[in-house]
Each structure stands twice: as structure tokens, then as C-alpha cells.
Design a protein around this ligand. Structure first.
Ligand code: 6PG
Length: 223
């Protein structure tokens, strides 16, 4: 697996916002992440770049809730980014369909797409990535690109998630994690041996770059 470049910065959201804005200018396929951490990066990216018509937007995972639910990853990105820029095609995961039908439908939506140009990922304090949780059978999926999953952390709603092969296929994988409660997971994910106990440690771009953008609190055990 390729190494991960670790970037520790006082303003990680701005670092990621610049990467997103550059990807929007370059065009291609960009997959967004959910959770709370990327919201500021999305808001900044919208300020840095208004024209997103050259980029197709996708998601790495989604909670099985309607798009206007406060737990929706699409809903968060819509408020923080999509509603503030000129958009190209937007491919949201339809969480409201449930994990099985939602995953099947997203596989159809992906069509011939084999890899993202930029894949943004968060990091759970348990080391999970997208909705791939520690020691779960979802980690063994080697064929499908997108599957249903059970949540092992808040919010306890079913999930739709890309699989490890689809995450690893990205040209550029970018992790964004902030806060002291991510420090242990960050060491296991970015400086430890690859392990099913830390799914993020299993995600590196096979033929591309992998970058972890952290604030000093999340990166404190990596300096
Ligand atoms: C989700 C996410 C998940 C997230 C981590 C970190 O749907 O929950 O995609 O993988 O990135 O749980 O979440 P926070 O940024 O809220 O800590």
C-alpha cells in the first residue's frame, strides 16, 4: 500500500477546502464524506470556488434517512456547499430507500465509474471510515463497489457505504480529522499496521496519493 502523507495544520478545514476547490476547477469525480468535521471545509470551498459545473459529486457513505433529516450526509453537504455554488451532476445516495435497495441503486448510478479523482474521508474515533466499522464482515467485500451496513456508532441508523476496493481505487484519498478524541485512531490509522480493528488503516490509494489532514490535537501522537 502507498504511504500516507500526514499534514498537521492549525486550519485543516482550509487545507481541505483548497483541495476541493482545486478539484472543482480541474473537473472530474469527487466523493464527499459525512459526519460533522467536513462542514467548515465545505463552506470554505464554496467561498473559494463558485463554479462546480465541471465536477460530478458523489458520496462515500450515507445514513439511511431522508435527505432533509439532520443526520443526512447529503443534507449537511447541501447546506454547507451545494446550495452555495453552481453545480454539475450530483449523485446522492438515497438513504431513504434503506441499505439494501439504496446500495443497489447507487451501484446502478455509478455505472462504469471505477475510480474517483478525489475521495474525501473522515475518521471515526473507533477508526472506522465511511461506514466500514471495525471487525465487520463489510471489510471482506471484494466484489461490490457499494453495500449496506449496520452502524456501530452514533447515529445508529443503517448505512450505505462504498467498499474498500472502491475507496482504494481513488486517484487521491484525503482524510480529514480534528480533535483530541481522534488522536488514538489517527495513530492506528496512519502510523500503525493495517488492521481490521482500524478500517481507516486499510484505506490507501492503490495507484495515487493518500493524505491525512489533521489539526494538532488529532495529530498529537504523530509528531
Ligand atoms: C458518517 C461518516 C463517517 C464520519 C466519521 C467521523 O456517515 O458518519 O461518513 O465515516 O466521517 O464518523 O465523523 P465526525 O466528523 O462527525 O467525527
Amino acid at each position: 500500500m502507498t504511504d500516507v502523507e500526514i499534514v498537521i495544520d492549525e486550519h485543516p478545514a482550509l487545507v481541505v477546502a483548497e483541495m476541493l476547490a482545486e478539484a472543482a476547477r480541474a473537473g472530474g469525480n469527487v466523493a464527499l464524506t459525512g459526519g460533522s468535521t467536513p462542514r467548515l471545509a465545505y463552506e470554505r470551498a464554496a467561498e473559494l470556488q463558485r463554479d462546480w459545473t465541471r465536477v460530478e459529486l458523489w458520496w462515500g457513505d450515507e445514513r439511511c434517512v431522508p435527505p432533509d433529516d439532520e443526520r443526512s450526509n447529503y443534507g449537511m453537504a447541501k447546506a454547507a456547499l451545494l446550495d452555495r455554488v453552481e453545480l454539475g451532476p450530483v449523485h446522492r445516495m438515497r438513504g431513504e430507500l434503506g441499505k439494501k435497495q439504496g446500495a443497489a441503486e447507487y451501484d446502478v448510478e455509478l455505472g462504469p465509474l471505477a475510480r474517483f479523482d478525489l475521495l474525501l474521508l473522515g475518521l471515526g474515533k473507533d477508526g472506522h471510515v465511511a461506514s466500514l466499522f471495525p471487525d465487520e464482515p463489510t471489510l471482506d467485500e471484494n466484489e461490490a463497489r457499494v453495500i449496506g451496513a449496520e452502524a456501530k456508532l452514533e447515529p445508529f441508523v443503517d448505512r450505505i457505504t462504498l467498499t474498500l476496493p472502491m475507496l482504494r481505487a481513488a486517484r487521491a484519498v484525503v482524510f480529514l480529522a480534528t480533535g483530541a478524541d481522534k488522536a488514538d485512531a489517527a495513530v492506528r490509522a496512519f502510523a500503525g499496521e493495517p488492521s481490521r480493528a482500524t478500517p481507516a488503516s486499510l484505506v490507501r490509494a492503490l495507484e495515487g496519493t493518500t493524505t491525512a489532514v489533521l489539526d494538532p490535537a488529532a495529530g498529537r501522537n504523530l509528531v
